[in-house]
Design a protein around this ligand. Structure first.
Ligand SMILES: NC(=O)C1=CN([C@@H]2O[C@H](COP(=O)(O)OP(=O)(O)OC[C@H]3O[C@@H](n4cnc5c(N)ncnc54)[C@H](OP(=O)(O)O)[C@@H]3O)[C@@H](O)[C@H]2O)C=CC1
Ligand SMILES: O=C1OC[C@@H](O)[C@H](O)[C@H]1O
Length: 368
């Protein structure tokens, strides 16, 4: 009972974090796109960061921007921002990141950072040229649970196999015209969910993947509803299987009842197995179950960093914002993701599409 209460308290603070008094001259954020993810990804974490304020929201329609600003208490003071958070369809990440960098702003851009490797390289090259911070907002990298899974896998000896089935039931989660199902907007189940397992596996093995096979079930001509791919990581060719499925079959009469999401990463090591559930949004809840070969399994969770940074209720987005602001302010973040991380992740996504015989998502036509 007490652990249920602690869970509810943690979740409710995570969703409604306490407002911090702001330091003088906080970093001013503009949000690009009144997206569904924007409140969780930036608005709420910013409220709780003493050195961040969200000053502006931009959307295609003024009404939508006004409504978002009203709902989330954003003054909409256009101009004067020091950083932008891009929450747009994937195909627009490149264009708007380039525009923001050209205007001298640091950028925290949603995952996947672009439509393909070519655009990703262009964006990071421009950020480096302008000496500005650009970070792909793959927030799981900043959550303590990923570090903990790595510690456990390291303890159990070399990784020998990794697998994950990432599945959601699309009529519950997504609308028919969702950006995820539009090729021109950079859609596809792999684009949407692929960054999670690819980056976890890259981090856990500290190696890049080679793609051996991949097959897609299509939703429309160029949009993957589901992809299963077989990869290997590093010189020891550690095998891995990733399935991204945006349309889990239902169950019950006529298959109409939704299935619970499937988000478990399984890491098999020489001396045992680590299973990490809900690794896509680990701050909501997650469990890490360890099955040592010698017996004596246990389950744990990691919500707070060992070095003392953070709070049990911090979301992965809040940890990510801490790191981003540290970087912008010239401090060394406790955890960071490099340009190389984003480039290699996009390269793997491109390689999987190519293996499936599908076209890469379209390169941005935007020219500065
Ligand atoms: N890191 C994470 O945990 C998550 C990341 N994401 C990422 O965030 C981004 C946004 O996702 P999500 O919030 O679900 O997206 P939404 O469906 O809310 O759409 C985002 C924005 O895209 C714009 N948009 C919608 N349709 C079109 C269109 N046809 N043409 C041009 N623009 C359009 C809208 O802008 P406007 O406001 O101007 O109307 C909308 O606000 C994606 O890159 C996604 O991968 C998403 C969920 C979780
Ligand atoms: O980034 C994401 O995380 C959760 C998923 O359900 C969502 O589709 C995706 O955009």
């Amino acid at each position: 009972m007490s652990s249920l209460l602690a869970f509810i308290r943690r979740l409710s603070t995570c969703n409604n974090p306490p407002e911090m008094e702001k330091a003088p001259g906080p970093l001013r954020f503009g949000v690009l796109g009144a997206a569904r993810i924007a409140p969780d990804a930036i608005v709420k974490p910013a409220r709780n960061h003493e050195d961040v304020v969200v000053t502006a929201i931009a959307a295609r329609s003024q009404d939508r921007a006004d409504a978002f600003a009203r709902q989330w208490g954003i003054p909409k003071a256009h101009g004067g921002s020091g950083a932008y958070q891009a929450q747009l369809p994937n195909s627009l990440h490149c264009e708007w990141t380039m525009k923001a960098l050209a205007a001298g702003k640091h950028v925290l851009c949603e995952k996947p950072i672009a439509d393909n490797e070519e655009d990703t390289r262009k964006m990071f090259a421009f950020a480096a040229e302008k000496n500005l911070v650009l970070l792909e907002a793959w927030q799981v990298h900043f959550h303590p649970s990923l570090q903990r899974v790595k510690e456990l896998a390291d303890d159990l000896g070399p990784i020998v196999n990794m697998s994950t089935y990432l599945g959601v039931w699309n009529s519950v989660f997504f609308l028919k015209d969702d950006i995820r199902f539009n090729y021109d907007l950079g859609g596809g189940a792999l684009m949407d969910m692929g960054p999670y397992p690819i980056n976890c596996m890259r981090f856990l093995t500290a190696h890049e993947p080679s793609v051996h096979s991949a097959s897609a079930t299509l939703r429309t001509e160029k949009i993957d509803e589901k992809i299963e791919t077989h990869l290997s990581f590093g010189p020891d060719a550690i095998p891995a299987t990733i399935t991204t499925d945006s349309h889990l079959a239902g169950w019950g009469p006529l298959g109409l009842l939704p299935r619970w999401i499937q988000m478990v990463l399984r890491v098999e090591c020489k001396e045992g197995v680590v299973e990490w559930s809900n690794y896509v949004l680990p701050h909501l809840y997650h469990s890490i179950t360890v099955y040592p070969k010698e017996g004596g399994q246990w389950t744990e969770a990691a919500y707070k960093r060992r070095d003392g940074e953070g709070e049990e209720w911090w979301s992965a987005y809040r940890y990510q914002l801490e790191a981003f602001v540290d970087k912008v302010r010239g401090r060394q973040p406790s955890v960071w993701r490099t340009a190389e991380d984003s480039i290699e992740s996009m390269k793997a996504i491109d390689a999987i599409y190519t293996k499936c015989g599908l076209p890469l998502r379209p390169t941005s036509q935007f020219i500065l």
